[in-house]
Design a binder for this molecule. Structure first.
Ligand SMILES: *Cc1c(COP(=O)(O)O)cnc(C)c1O
Length: 398
C-alpha cells in the first residue's frame, strides 16, 4: 500500500502538480509570476475562466495567479484541507472568513482570549456593519453551549490563546457549536499546522497569521484561511471584492518558508519546553504559563490535541510592571518586539502591546497581570537564550 507522505515531506512537496521534471524548465520550485493579468488566445477561453467554468490564470487580485495558487496548494496540503486562500495579512484572512459567513443582524460568539486586533475588528468595524459579537471568556464546552442559546452564526476562538496559552478543546467546542447550527472558525496561529489540526478535530475553517510561524523569518506579512471548498467559496468572493489577496512576491517567499516549517517549529518547541521548565523552577519567577507544564490548566487537553506544546512561554516576575520592564530591557539576545513565531527570539509585555487597549481592569479579568512577559522562542541555542534570561533576571533584581 502507498504510504501517505508525512508532514515534513508535504511541507516540501505538498500541493505540487506533477514531478519537478514535468514542470516548466524542470524547475524544482514554482516560479514567481508578478504579472497582474494573463492573456488568452480567444474570447471563448477568457469567458470560460471569467465565469469559473474552467480553471486558469486571469487577474491576480482574484488569486488567479500561478504563484499564489502554488502556495495555496502547498498550504492546503500542509493543513490537510480541501483548499486554502492566501491573504495580505492575518487580519485580512480573519475579516474575510467572518464577512463571508456572517450577515448584518447575525452574531459571532468569541470564546476565550483573542488577539487584540481581532477583538478590535469585531468591536468596531464588524459591529459598525451590523455584525454583533459576544465575548465569552470561559472556554468550557458547557459554557459555550449555554452562550449559544442566544444564537450565533459563527463560533470563533484561538488555541493556544495569547498570552496565557489557555487551551480550548477544539473537538468538544466544535460539537456543541455544530449542534446549535454554528460554523466553527479556529485561529491556529500559535499552534501552526505542525502541532494541531483543527479541521480534523471538527472545525470548519482554520485561519493563520502567516506573519508568525508560517513565514517564520520576520519578513512576511500574510494570512491564510483553509477548509472545505464549500466554506471557502464565500470567503474567496470577499477577498476578491475587498482586494485582500496576498501579493505574488510574498506568496513566493512564503512557499520557501513553508519548506522548513516542521523543522523550525519542532526545534523551537524543544527549546521552549527547556526554558519553561527552568523558569518554573526559578525562585525569581512567580508563575509560568506553558501548556507543556503539568501545572498548566490546559495541559491534559493540549496533550490530547497537540503534537507538542508550542514555542511561546509566558512568565510573571515579582515586582510588577517596573520589574518586567527592567527584565525585558536588560535582555540582549532576545529583542523587545511585539510579534512572534520567527527564528529570532522576541519578548514583549502584554500590558504595553497586545493587551494595551484593554486597560488594567479588563486585563485583570483575563489574568493578564503586571509583571507578565511573553517570550517567543526562536532558533538560537537554548543555553545562549537561558544565559540571556538568567542575566536579565539577576540584573533586574527581581
Ligand atoms: C498576529 C496575529 C493575528 C493578526 O495577524 P496579522 O498578520 O498581524 O494581521 C491574528 N491572530 C493571532 C493569534 C496573531 O498572533
Amino acid at each position: 500500500m502507498k504510504r501517505p507522505p508525512s508532514l515534513r515531506t508535504l511541507c516540501i512537496h505538498g500541493g505540487r502538480a506533477g514531478t519537478p521534471a514535468e514542470a516548466a524548465h524542470g524547475a524544482l520550485h514554482a516560479p514567481l509570476f508578478n504579472d497582474t493579468t494573463f492573456a488568452f488566445a480567444d474570447t471563448a477561453s477568457l469567458v470560460a475562466v471569467m465565469d469559473g467554468e474552467r480553471p486558469g490564470d486571469l487577474y491576480t487580485r482574484f488569486g488567479h495567479n500561478p504563484t499564489i495558487r502554488a502556495v495555496e496548494a502547498q498550504l492546503a496540503a500542509i493543513e490537510g484541507a480541501e483548499g486554502a486562500l492566501a491573504f495580505g495579512a492575518g487580519l485580512a484572512a480573519i475579516s474575510a472568513a467572518i464577512l463571508g459567513h456572517v450577515r448584518a443582524g447575525e452574531r459571532v460568539l468569541c470564546v476565550g482570549d483573542v488577539y487584540g486586533g481581532t477583538q478590535e475588528l469585531f468591536e468596531t468595524t464588524l459591529k459598525g456593519m451590523g455584525i454583533e459579537s459576544t465575548f465569552l471568556l470561559e472556554t468550557a464546552p458547557e459554557a459555550v453551549d449555554h452562550a449559544l442559546e442566544g444564537g450565533a452564526r459563527v463560533v470563533y476562538f484561538e488555541t493556544p490563546t495569547n498570552p496565557k496559552l489557555d487551551i480550548v478543546d477544539i473537538a468538544a467546542v466544535s460539537r456543541v457549536a455544530h449542534a446549535r447550527g454554528a460554523l466553527v472558525v479556529v485561529d491556529g496561529t500559535f499552534a501552526t499546522p505542525v502541532l494541531q489540526r483543527p479541521l480534523a478535530l471538527g472545525a470548519d475553517l482554520v485561519v493563520h497569521s502567516a506573519t508568525k510561524y508560517l513565514g517564520g523569518h520576520g519578513d512576511i506579512t500574510g494570512g491564510v484561511v483553509a477548509g472545505a471548498a464549500v466554506h471557502l467559496a464565500p470567503v474567496w468572493h470577499v477577498r476578491r471584492r475587498l482586494g485582500q489577496v496576498m501579493a505574488p512576491e510574498i506568496a513566493f517567499s512564503l512557499a520557501r518558508s513553508l519548506r522548513t516549517l516542521v523543522v523550525r517549529v519542532e526545534a523551537q518547541c524543544r527549546t521552549a519546553s527547556v526554558l519553561a521548565e527552568r523558569l518554573a523552577a526559578d525562585p525569581r519567577v512567580l508563575a509560568v504559563h506553558y501548556p507543556g507544564l503539568p501545572s498548566h490548566p490546559g495541559h491534559k487537553i493540549a496533550e490530547a490535541q497537540m503534537h507538542a506544546f508550542g514555542a511561546i512561554v509566558t512568565f510573571v516576575v515579582g515586582g510588577g510592571a517596573s520589574a518586567s520592564q527592567r527584565v525585558i530591557e536588560a535582555l540582549r539576545l532576545v529583542a523587545l518586539a511585539p510579534s512572534l513565531g520567527g527564528v529570532e527570539s522576541l519578548a514583549t509585555e502584554p500590558r504595553t502591546t497586545t493587551h494595551r487597549g484593554l486597560g488594567p481592569d479588563a486585563r485583570a479579568a483575563r489574568g493578564i497581570v503586571d509583571g507578565m512577559i511573553r517570550l517567543s522562542v526562536g532558533l538560537e541555542d537554548v543555553e545562549d537564550l537561558w544565559a540571556d534570561l538568567d542575566t536579565a533576571l539577576s540584573g533586574a533584581a527581581v
